[in-house]
Ligand binder design. Structure first.
Ligand code: SAM
Ligand code: SF4
Length: 329
């Protein structure tokens, strides 16, 4: 079992399988472009599989595959098939922008994927095109329907930005009710300059979960949901709204640090193990993985757990300059 210095149990690993993406969300990938990793620097599926086997042996029992956009990486199903068969793994999920989901939902289910998070920030096609710099909302909606038809447990992730999509908060709640899926609102984190949030955390696009809740109260009272089973292992808090039959999640990394419950490590696509989303320290697992030095990898995982800070530094000036597309969100 892995416990950190602050007595938190670390049992969740988020793995970014690629830094590439077919969208360019304004808050995630800077429009001026990013330097992409060379293919030889990206961990192979065999290397990821070796690492996952070891991590599960050490006490990790929840894995999330993310990116960039994980579904753009060829052969991903092979990795999912492998991971889903590891005994003792309790949860295997994937976070996707949903654009390629209609094509892959059935195969993902067959490969053993258990849950899906789909990121979608607007229900308006034109706005979607703007936020993602060219994406088609229809593809995502088709993807969600395909995933539901396959029987997936789906959650929607929506980053709320003032003046961009904050007028759609109630529409999203209704969408969740209609599709019988959970919608989670996420506070904008200061990662990219493009919408002016990089240097000034509380600059105009940022909107707190508290304010989002207030807007939802127009519909009915919010009551913390007692039902958590199957909702996932992350930091979200879930609420039901009187008068609507929907569960809404809130992820508030900025207004209310969720670090006391943090149970995770993050692996970048080029093999850096990050103790915290908001810290600049990382451990390079690629070299020992490539050299087959699995005991060295074990020690590095222990060290990453040891290095986990009490809380992230996104609110102070020393937040990471890593991009979400590289860290995996
Ligand atoms: N491409 C996939 C997707 O969009 O779901 C997986 C990777 S993406 C980096 C994972 C999550 O990070 C998405 O839900 C996205 O909205 C979120 N994200 C990216 N940049 C963010 C930011 N600056 N603030 C808050 N959430 C962000
Ligand atoms: Fe791509 Fe996801 Fe980042 Fe949007 S949030 S640019 S879909 S990695």
């Amino acid at each position: 079992m892995l416990n950190d210095t602050y007595k938190r149990k670390i049992d969740y690993l988020r793995i970014s399988v690629t830094d590439r993406c077919n969208l360019r969300c304004i808050y995630c990938m800077p429009g001026y472009g990013i330097a992409q990793k060379e293919p030889q620097d990206i961990l192979t599926f065999e290397e990821i599989a070796d690492l996952v086997r070891l991590a599960v042996d050490m006490g990790i029992d929840k894995i999330k595959l993310t990116g960039g956009e994980p579904l753009v990486r060829k052969g991903l199903l092979r990795l999912i098939e492998f991971i889903s068969r590891i005994p003792r793994l309790k949860d295997l999920s994937l976070t996707t922008n949903g654009t390629l989901l209609a094509k892959h939902a059935k195969a993902l289910k067959e490969a053993g994927l258990q849950r899906l998070n789909v990121s979608m920030d607007t229900l308006d096609s034109k706005k979607f095109h703007y936020i993602t710099e060219g994406g088609r909302l229809e593809d995502v909606l088709e993807g969600i329907d395909a995933a539901l038809e396959e029987g997936f447990f789906v959650k929607i992730n929506t980053v709320v930005m003032r003046g961009v999509n904050d007028n759609e908060i109630l529409d999203f709640a209704q969408f969740g009710q209609e599709k019988r899926i959970i919608v989670r609102f996420i506070e904008l984190m200061p990662m990219v300059k493009s919408i002016g949030c990089y240097t000034d955390l509380y600059s105009p696009p940022y909107i707190s979960c508290g304010e989002i809740k207030d807007r939802l109260k127009v519909v009915g009272k919010l009551r913390e949901s007692e039902e958590r089973a199957g909702f996932g292992s992350g930091p979200a808090k879930y609420y039901e709204i009187e008068g609507l039959s929907v569960v809404i999640g809130f992820i508030n990394p900025i207004s209310c640090k969720f670090c006391s419950d943090c149970n995770r490590l993050r692996l970048t696509s080029d093999g850096l193990l990050m103790p915290c989303l908001g810290s600049s320290s990382y451990l390079d697992l690629k070299r020992p993985l490539r050299e087959g030095k699995i005991e060295d990898v074990r020690e590095l995982i222990k060290e990453a757990v040891f290095l986990k800070p009490l809380e992230h530094s996104l609110v102070s000036s020393s937040f990471t300059q890593c991009l979400m597309s590289q860290v995996g969100g």
